[in-house]
Design a protein around this ligand. Structure first.
Ligand SMILES: [Zn+2]
Length: 172
């Protein structure tokens, strides 16, 4: 069961998180969000897409920074935005002040599960592909490949062909 959950989250994170970061300005263009919010009223839909935009912006910053502290913080911030838009539980006690109130999400919130998975398991593998015509831009490095520069074979092949061409030109 744990293993299935890990596989599911890993596949979902690899698929959605880079896309979310790349299209952060226009979350309504991401098919998953279009479908997820299509039955909501216009005002709720607007609010949810606004949360998606804010989360996406934090994700794109997290991919860009090389600083692990900053990256962890940005992922935490993305989770916090999600929690402030969709709180499901409020913790307060008889002797707490009104602003002591803590809003948290219940454990099953899908966005939080995904962001938490990235924060715990994929944080060291977040990378930006330098490929000129890269379709992805953001990606997770393959496990154990610390030196990986490009998101995949296509970008690596294009870069290799280009550098071979430049080398040949320089020899003329
Ligand atoms: Zn690429």
């Amino acid at each position: 069961m744990q293993f299935l959950r890990f596989n599911y989250l890993s596949a979902a994170a690899n698929h959605l998180i880079p896309k979310w970061a790349k299209n952060w300005k226009h979350p309504e263009q991401i098919a998953e969000f279009r479908d997820a919010f299509k039955d909501d009223s216009p005002s709720v839909r607007k609010e949810r897409l606004e949360a998606c935009r804010k989360i996406g912006w934090r994700l794109s910053l997290a991919f860009h920074t090389e600083n692990e502290y900053e990256r962890d913080w940005l992922l935490y911030e993305a989770r916090r935005v999600n929690a402030s838009y969709f709180p499901q539980m409020v913790i307060e006690t008889n002797d707490s002040q009104p602003d002591d109130k803590v809003e948290i999400l219940s454990e099953g919130n899908p966005t939080d599960s995904l962001l938490r998975f990235v924060q715990q398991r994929l944080v060291k593998r977040m990378a930006v592909c330098p490929g000129k015509n890269c379709r992805k831009r953001f990606y997770f490095r393959d496990p154990g490949r610390h030196g990986q520069r490009y998101c995949g074979r296509r970008c690596a092949d294009i870069a290799r062909t280009e550098s071979q061409y430049r080398w040949k030109e320089s020899q003329k």
